[in-house]
Design a protein around this ligand. Sequence first.
Ligand SMILES: [Zn+2]
Length: 452
Amino acid sequence: MTATTRMPLATAPGRFAGTVVIRGGRLVDPARGIDAVTDVAIRDGRVIDVGTVVDTSGVRVIDARGLVVAPGFVDLHAHLREPGFEYRETIATGTAAAVAGGFTSVCAMPNTEPATDSPAVVEFVRQAARREGSARVYVIGAITAGRKGKVLADMLELASAGVVAFSDDGDCVADPALMRHALAYSVAAGRPVVQHAEERALTTGAQMNEGSVSARLGLPGWPRQAEEVIVARDCELAALTGAHLHVAHVSAAGTLDFIRRARAKGTRVTAEVTPHHLTLTDDLVGGHWWSATASLPPYDTRTKVNPPLREAGDRDAMVSGLRDGTIDCIATDHAPHGTTDKHVEYAAAASGISNLETALGSVLALVHSGALGLVEVVAALTSRPAAVFRLEAGTLAPGAPGDVVIFDPDREWCVDPAQFASKGRNTPLAGHVLRGQVIATIVGGEVLHDRS
Ligand SMILES: [Zn+2]
């Protein structure tokens, strides 16, 4: 079925008090090993049944024939920017972007202003999410007070306030003694520590991956070792403390060796990779021939991201690592910025990509090329991230939250950031055609996004 012949969803988006039946789609629920054409029924916000529904009188029917039906995507790593940076994103716009991209659960990083280092800020985010949010929002607490890397935040208090993990993301916890203590406290808190692995002594002034492209462009290079040495160190500290270390946005091929080695010794290490590190390389940094005439910077600042885009060998290693399980899941590192953050020279530009709305279309390229299976990609966006943070999400088993994404893996669309729900229009994919688009997103039985 093509986009032009698709029937619209049966009814308009919004709250529906009764039963919802999603009919005739290809249900992919990796948590239960299901990949079959069948129906899904949701009542009172939860899945009640999977299988052919015979009697649909009095229920709302959503026609999903020809489409993939999967558990709503789970993002362990999103920057929603509120409080403090509302010109970049708010909880309302960030979660609207999430559901537009098929994500029904997002974990909010604590690099806000103030940082999420106290129960009061955790509560602020949770209340704003309840009031204005579309997707479910889980809160990640800071590791150190103010994310300054000097003294630990009260991690046990944060755990009581409901955070699902701890991170100073945006910055690395550089001090190994502090990291050791954070890992030790995380054991008592029963939550993982998420490290942004960056040895700053190796990245000061660095603008892009250190390699042949940085040499050609004359931009200071950011070596892979900046990531690898921190991951190597933290794996040892996780072993020492018995903690669960989660490595954010793996970008360097060598990092995978340290993760594998730690796992082989029984250390609890998990890892995530972004859509851009799975699909893009530093060849994009040089921008385009029209940059000079379009009064854009000579380098494409939309490619500036932390950690940087690497080379083809790293990108291919990320795909292999996801396939063999060294990398647990895909996380967006959604990092919206304002125009003024990016419309400057490369060295002054902020790092990050507005990623929630292009994540699925990006990673489906790996399915279309045969590098990954559709079920593998869905698992990396649903059951696997949910398992890392132990969230009640990522499956459509009876009793599970009625959070569903319906997508067309073949529908082609051109990325137009002006159409984003996110305030962040910063993406190197602007103008690119992606194959695979979210058609509808359902949270707790409510259709919150409908592009049919
Ligand atoms: Zn980070």
